[in-house]
Design a binder for this molecule. Structure first.
Ligand code: FES
Length: 238
């Protein structure tokens, strides 16, 4: 026998379904916030003081020369790590790094990478994201004098090398490309040194856009204040 449905019962069941659906969507809303990345960024480069994990300013004079430890800080956005290097010669003496013209092999364009800062003009900073396909530490790191990178073009020292696919960059020459496959040099951080306080500041980036970003200023979270923490992320040789 055919079942006859009571219209009022059907309306009641339908309204229950509507309420349940609305509750499900409302419950999902908080997690949706995390599924859709917020459009965040900066409108201009900030000037950030480099500090240690306790918030004390990094003193340029106490930054170790040719350190196998890897020091990194975020700039300009919190997901944009950079190496902080105090470059030296084979004897461990700091080396003055002059500004230098760097070519972008992919486009043929040129820009001037900043020279070193600090008491010996030997302190430089470069993006710590490989410009080929985005590998980071520990695949990408500095090989100080006495430490050898096994590049696809033979052993090299005093380079930043990426073991993912063999890209090599010269931090003594503005982060220029030494070996591919990368076609883009490492973007450089323009540092400032205050000789009266011995403090270091990050002021802007030069060079190609940081890998993985449409612009250096977009695609991540801005810093929460006017400092950025220099972290010791490890010793890749240890
Ligand atoms: S990601 Fe560094 S060489 Fe490919």
């Amino acid at each position: 026998m055919a079942q006859v449905q009571d219209p009022s019962r059907r309306r009641f069941l339908k309204s229950l379904l509507v309420i349940a659906g609305a509750a499900t969507i409302a419950g999902a809303l908080p997690s949706l916030r995390y599924l859709v990345p917020p459009a965040v960024g900066l409108s201009s480069f900030p000037t950030l003081l480099l500090v240690d994990s306790s918030g004390n300013p990094i003193k340029a004079s106490s930054l170790p020369v040719n350190s196998p430890q890897t020091f990194q800080f975020s700039y300009p956005l919190t997901n944009e790590p950079n190496f902080l290097l105090n470059l030296g010669d084979d004897s461990g003496n700091p080396v003055e790094i002059p500004p230098v013209d760097v070519v972008i092999p992919a486009t043929g364009e040129k820009y001037t990478a900043p020279g070193g800062v600090g008491p010996h003009k030997s302190i430089v900073a470069y993006s710590a994201i490989c410009q080929h396909l985005g590998c980071k530490y520990p695949e990408l790191h500095f090989y100080p004098p006495g430490y050898t990178a096994q590049t696809f073009n033979g052993p090299m020292s005093k380079v930043i090398h990426c073991s993912c696919h063999g890209s090599t960059y010269d931090p003594y020459q503005g982060g220029k490309v030494v070996t591919g496959p990368t076609q883009y040099p490492l973007p450089a951080v323009v540092l400032q040194w205050d000789p009266t306080t011995d403090q270091l500041y990050a002021t802007r980036m030069v060079g190609p856009v940081i890998y993985g970003h449409a612009s250096d200023l977009q695609g991540g979270s801005p810093p929460s204040g006017d400092t950025t923490v220099v972290e010791d992320v490890g010793n890749p040789f240890g």
